[in-house]
Design a protein around this ligand. Structure first.
Ligand code: 4NP
Length: 157
């Protein structure tokens, strides 16, 4: 079982949405037995909280089930997950600080998108529903490329 962790700052907008989109696609591809996904925040601001209501609304409008309670990234996560995908450069710096290292599988989410190297998934928290819609579209596209990478790396298909 290959384990994937999505990371943002608060763990109520981008990373739980990424986790939900990943799980939805993996179910559609019939690959649930191969991959496990979770999400976490670099901060402790929203530990135990449900995703932001706007995150829940955009997931619902796209028919993507979402269920997660906020948790903070733990130093141990670097040993339990094969791939740890962060949303932006500050998440990357904060994750490295929390881990005390840069584990091999730690990457920016959009690095898997053709031409997306170094690009961020913008934080929609201080925005409106249009920013959440745009966030969904960015994650949905990057996720297709990430899943293609996972299939090639971890499955003999
Ligand atoms: P996220 O968005 O990192 O995508 O979950 C944020 C959520 C909460 C806060 C900042 C960003 N906050 O400052 O509480």
């Amino acid at each position: 079982m290959t384990k994937i962790l999505f990371v943002c700052l608060g763990n109520i907008c981008r990373s739980p949405l990424a986790e939900a989109i990943f799980n939805h696609k993996i179910r559609q591809y019939g690959l649930e037995s191969h991959f496990f996904a979770d999400s976490a925040g670099t901060s402790n601001y929203h530990v135990g909280d449900r995703p932001d209501p706007r995150t829940i609304r955009v997931a619902g409008s796209r028919k993507v089930p979402i269920a997660h309670l906020g948790r903070q990234l733990s130093p141990d996560d670097q040993h339990h997950f094969h791939h740890i995908l962060v949303m932006d450069g500050s998440n990357l710096r904060d994750a490295i600080a929390r881990f005390g290292a840069h584990p091999e599988g730690l990457r920016l989410m959009r690095d898997f998108e053709p031409g997306g190297q170094g690009l961020h998934v913008p934080d929609p928290y201080y925005g409106d529903m249009r920013d959440f819609e745009a966030c969904f579209d960015i994650l949905d596209n990057a996720m297709e490329h990430f899943i293609a990478f996972l299939k090639e790396r971890h499955l003999d298909t």
